[in-house]
Ligand binder design. Sequence first.
Ligand code: RET
Length: 273
Amino acid sequence: MIAQPVSAVSPAQIDPLVEETLSNPVMASSLWVMIALMGVATILFVYMGRAVDDPRVKMIYVATIGIPAVSLSSYFGLATGLTIGVVDIAGRGEVVTMWGRYLTWTFSTPLILLALGLLVGSDRPTLFAAIAFDIGMCVTGLAAALTRQAIWMRWVWFGISSAFFLVVVYVLLVEWPRDAAAQGEDVVDLFGLLRTLTVVLWFGYPIVWALGTEGLAVMGTGVGATAITSWAYSLLDVGAKFVFAVLLLRFLADEPASVTGQQTARTGSPAED
Ligand code: RET
């Protein structure tokens, strides 16, 4: 029989450090406020999309409704302790990781990119590149968070994830503005706004990671610092998901001709053909 360490918790129990972290009111509010917001957003977006007719606009709606729906599930997993854990990092000690965030970004961020790609009429290889590299970014970000052998290894994963991220930024800043230009002025204006919002806020995530409890831990690794790191991600989420989706769906509500029956910018055929 394998001897169990004295501190081992049974699988049914929640780690005491996770329990202490989740019972901190600042921490708990960073999760439950988001559950409420994303719940309301999901219902609101379904309501806004109830009469949409055009297939492309419908597709953008489906992608956009998925963003708060995934987020709601993500926050529920975090708030109930399912997707929060403790990593014992060599040379640092025990750090609480909200690994569920990185896992669920794998599903939510591709939806954001899909909505943007459909809006500008992206060709398929570019849309595929943006989504594939984005998933790479999230999964290697998860690896950074879970690595315990050495601090430098965590930063190598951070570097790999950042390299994936730069490909996504390239598509947003160089490829898609060109496509948007072919779709008329109102798409150019809206895409310009959503692109700036997305690029600026998305850069916030690696900055929070680097400064927060899982990176340089500038405020330490205690419960308070974990709660502030969590709030930082939650506030970024309000902008990158909620504000983003509201702006996009408000524009699409009256099914503008520049989006319905749209052609892809460079192949001349609709993306879904
Ligand atoms: C990590 C750490 C490793 C380096 C980089 C990161 C980037 C994360 C980003 C996340 C965006 C999340 C969004 C979620 C909305 O659902 C993984 C933090 C580059 C850009 C927009």
